[in-house]
Design a protein around this ligand. Structure first.
Ligand code: PAN
Ligand code: ZN
Length: 192
C-alpha cells in the first residue's frame, strides 16, 4: 500500500514511456468492462470484452501530498479501438468550476477533446512536447489515436474533484473514430 505523503520538497521520478511515478500515493486501472457507457457500438464493446479478456485500457498513478494546493500524476492509455472508436478516458468536468488543469504529453499521440458548458468543442493535439491548458469549467477527455501507449503528466488542484455524471449521462458532442485508417472526428448521434 501507499504511504501518505507530506508536503515537503521532493523530486518525483516519472517514466515518460510507462507512466510509472516514484514515489506515488495512489494508483488505479480502468478495465474495458468498466467503460460500457462511453462507447457507441455496444455489440463491438461486448465482443471486445469477451474476446480480448477485458483488457486494461488506461491507468492513473498519482503523487498527492497532504495539505497542498497541487497534486500531479500520470495517465497511461493503451492503444486500441472499439468498433472504430479509439480508446478514451471517461471524461469529466471538475466539481470545482473555477479550477483547470494541465496535461503534458510524454509519449504517444492522441487528441484531447474539450467541451465547454454551453457545448463548444475544442481539441488539442497530444504529442510529446505539447503542454495542454485545460481552462476551468471545460470537460476534458483524452483519446489515444496512435499505436503506442499515450502517456501524459497532469497537474491539478486536489480540491478540483471529478464530476463524471454530466458526460456519462449525455456523452460528448463529438466522437473520435478510426475511419479508413485515418483519424476522424464525427458528431455523436447519441448526444442528448
Ligand atoms: C486526469 C484524469 C485521468 C483519467 O487525472 O482523471 O486522465 O480520466 P477520467 O478521470 O476522465 O477517467 C484528470 O483530468 N484529473 O482531473
Ligand atoms: Zn481533470
Amino acid at each position: 500500500m501507499h504511504e501518505p505523503i507530506s508536503a515537503l520538497p521532493m523530486g518525483v521520478f516519472i517514466d515518460g514511456l510507462t507512466g510509472a511515478v516514484n514515489p506515488a500515493s495512489g494508483h488505479y486501472v480502468k478495465r474495458l468492462s468498466e467503460l460500457r457507457e462511453i462507447y457507441q457500438d455496444k455489440a463491438a464493446f461486448d465482443h471486445a470484452v469477451r474476446e480480448r479478456d477485458d483488457p486494461v485500457t488506461y491507468e492513473v498513478v498519482e503523487y498527492r501530498p497532504e495539505n497542498s494546493d497541487i497534486y500531479f500524476g500520470t495517465t497511461t492509455m493503451y492503444p486500441g479501438d472499439i468498433g472504430g472508436e479509439f480508446h478514451m478516458t471517461r471524461g469529466h468536468f471538475h466539481a470545482r468550476r473555477d479550477m483547470g488543469e494541465v496535461y503534458y504529453t510524454q509519449s504517444g499521440t492522441g487528441i484531447l477533446l474539450l467541451e465547454s458548458r454551453n457545448g463548444e468543442t475544442r481539441t488539442v493535439e497530444m504529442k510529446p512536447g505539447v503542454c495542454a491548458f485545460i481552462p476551468p469549467d471545460w470537460a476534458h477527455r483524452s483519446i489515444n489515436t496512435g499505436t503506442e501507449p499515450l502517456v501524459f503528466v497532469w497537474v491539478c488542484n486536489p480540491l478540483a474533484g471529478h464530476d463524471y455524471g454530466e458526460i456519462l449521462k449525455r456523452g460528448m458532442r463529438k466522437r473520435v473514430m478510426k475511419i479508413e485508417g485515418g483519424v476522424k472526428m464525427i458528431d455523436n448521434i447519441a448526444y442528448v
